[in-house]
Design a protein around this ligand. Structure first.
Ligand SMILES: Cc1cc2nc3c(=O)[nH]c(=O)nc-3n(C[C@H](O)[C@H](O)[C@H](O)COP(=O)(O)OP(=O)(O)OC[C@H]3O[C@@H](n4cnc5c(N)ncnc54)[C@H](O)[C@@H]3O)c2cc1C
Length: 254
């Protein structure tokens, strides 16, 4: 478990940003990742009072404040139907409601957890991250950059589309062995595959192609690895079925 030597409460995001550039300073949102991490004692920098919480409609987009907890995403009536329903589907299996009431959207993105089903759904939806310093960027850009900036909000498109999410796991609340999310908009598929067990990646391809062919290509082209749950070979073999089910909107399999 992470050891905190001090907890600092900055007065502004500017102060928080400067503090986080110092060695051995860690941002704290829900604080749940510290339960899994062991390492050098660190200074915690509290973000909870500085960032927005809640889900609001902004024209054709949804704005999700970084301090919104996953349980809110799971239960928000606006997300229960339609193409954004893959967001609640992607967090429903993360442990129990007690943990989902602590984990924040900003923390879930900032943690860059390789098994993250939530990141997988967000990447398929082509979500954008509103950063304190970096402005509004595609979530992919944020995830591939060094973790220096503070995520203030996430933006997701509310435009109609066809989406699906599928994951394979050993038990209801276990982390996935492999997960996939797919989104079809304006003739293009965005397909994200996570828990490979590397950080989720996304591919795009035209909707004119056969679904089975696209799914087979995903199995062959996404890099897979071994961990305690499964081998790379097993992941490669199940990937086409998971991707196809996500594209067909079939949901979670166990
Ligand atoms: C028992 C247990 C089981 C878990 N199972 C899963 C699982 O199945 N799937 C899964 O995806 N995850 C799982 N997790 C990990 C979980 O996703 C992380 O603990 C969580 O995302 C962290 O969210 P938090 O709000 O608590 O953030 P914190 O723990 O406070 O912070 C997490 C990281 O994000 C950074 N951060 C926080 N807020 C921001 C921000 N606004 N901008 C930029 N960086 C920020 C912090 O610096 C830190 O590095 C599990 C955790 C636990 C304890």
């Amino acid at each position: 478990m992470l050891k905190l030597t001090e907890l600092k409460t900055p007065a502004s995001l500017e102060e928080a940003y400067e503090l986080l550039r110092l060695p051995h300073h860690t941002a704290l949102a829900g604080g749940t990742l510290s339960q899994l991490q062991a390492g050098e004692p660190t200074v915690g920098v509290e973000l909870t009072h500085l960032l927005p919480s809640g889900i609001t409609r902004d024209g054709c987009r949804l704005r999700i404040g970084a301090m919104t907890v996953l349980r809110t995403l799971e239960t928000d009536p606006a997300l229960q139907t339609g193409c954004l329903s893959i967001l609640p589907a992607s967090v429903r299996h993360l442990q129990g409601p007690a943990l989902r009431n602590l984990i924040t959207v900003g923390g879930a993105v900032g943690a860059r957890f390789p098994q993250s089903e939530f990141l997988t759904a967000l990447l398929a939806l082509d979500a954008q991250a509103v950063l304190y310093r970096g402005g509004t960027v595609p979530l992919e850009t944020y995830l591939n950059a060094p973790p220096e900036d503070i995520v203030c909000e996430l933006l997701v498109d509310r435009e109609p589309g066809q989406t699906g999410f599928c994951a394979v796991r050993n038990s209801y609340v276990d982390q996935p062995i492999l997960c996939a999310a797919a989104c079809l908009r304006e003739g293009t598929w965005r397909i994200a595959v996570g828990a490979r067990p590397f950080l989720t990646e996304v591919r795009t391809c035209p909707a004119s192609r056969d679904i089975r062919e696209i799914a087979a290509d995903c199995g062959a082209s996404f890099r897979m690895g071994d961990d305690l749950k499964a081998t790379a070979d097993y992941r490669r073999r199940i990937c086409p079925a998971i991707v196809r089910r996500a594209m067909e909107g079939e949901g979670v399999c166990r």
